[in-house]
Design a binder for this molecule. Structure first.
Ligand code: HPA
Length: 291
């Protein structure tokens, strides 16, 4: 499953070289120079479809990029313009549950860093643990609890990426959270704020696990995002995270969870989601030094 043949640990220096190579490849395909990236989760890829003047690069063409195997993930990088803002949009991501190592999972974020990205908006589908949330709600991530059991920075640290022990006190930028809240109010879209717990999946949680997650302070549960955020912060990239509550978490409603439902809900709220993304982007791009 290893696209670069890399193993755990000790690969810091080569990760840097590999990421640089992939970034150069991508930059050779477009004159656009994005400072902001958007990672589009399950069913939320619509945003990238109408970027103007876009170049669309399938992940398999990018040296070292892992391929997305999850349903609902297109698996391509789109660089184009949303209004005046140049943006790099990842239409789909890879997950730990697909069998990739965490280093591989975060390789695209490394590449985005080497590409010149300074701010990123990470989106995902999540189960709602907080019962104030309803299916279809959008939630700005305030913080995360990473329960994936390992950390993408394990192994040799490459100082060119960042420090050995990166600070995570403001993993999700407070000012970006405010921007998202303000813009959602302006648009009349209700958004909540909450703590995202990252588990590996691919099985959904048990009701007992959801009660445990609620006890430790989680409002949402999902299978992505946290490793990418760790690596983004390692590189000094500022982060906004937004979850779409595609279903209430296990045991809250008297019904099983299925992936089709997750996809359907994503589809239903994608209009709102894209509107919110478009509204926050210019303000985040201004902060990131893009246009
Ligand atoms: N649990 C974990 N991940 C998810 C869920 C869930 O209930 N819904 C969407 N992604």
């Amino acid at each position: 499953m290893s696209p670069r043949g890399g193993g755990a640990g000790g690969g810091g220096a080569s990760d840097f070289a590999h990421a640089d190579r992939a970034a150069k490849f991508i930059l050779s395909k477009t004159k656009l120079r994005p400072r902001v990236a958007v990672v589009l989760g399950s069913g939320l890829g619509a945003f990238a479809d109408d970027l103007a003047g876009a170049v669309r690069i399938p992940y398999e063409k990018i040296p070292g990029f892992p391929r997305s195997t999850a349903e609902g993930h297109a698996g391509r990088l789109v660089i184009g313009k949303a209004g005046d803002v140049v943006v790099a949009a990842m239409q789909g991501r890879v997950h730990f549950y697909e069998g990739y190592s965490l280093r591989e999972v975060v390789f695209p974020m490394r590449v985005l860093g080497r590409l010149g990205i300074r701010a990123t908006i990470l989106t995902n589908a999540a189960g709602g643990i907080n019962t104030d949330f309803k299916q279809g709600a959008l939630v700005v991530i305030r913080d995360h609890i990473d329960l994936q059991g390992s950390n993408p920075l394990i192994g040799g640290n490459d100082e060119r990426f960042g420090a050995r022990f990166p600070d995570m006190t403001q993993a999700y930028s407070k000012s970006y959270r405010s921007i998202a809240t303000e813009e959602s109010r302006r648009l009349g879209i209700e958004v909540f704020e909450g703590v995202y717990a990252a588990l590996t999946g691919p099985s959904y949680e048990t009701p007992a696990e959801i009660r445990y997650l609620r006890t430790i302070g989680a409002d949402l549960v999902g299978m992505s995002t946290a490793p990418e955020v760790i690596v983004a912060r390692h590189m000094g990239i500022r982060v906004l995270g937004i979850s779409c509550v595609t279903n209430m978490a296990a045991g809250i409603l008297d019904q099983p969870i299925n992936h089709a439902e997750v996809m359907e809900t994503g589809e239903r709220v994608k209009g709102q989601f894209v509107a919110l993304l478009r509204a926050v982007l210019p303000r985040i791009a201004a902060d990131a030094g893009g246009k």
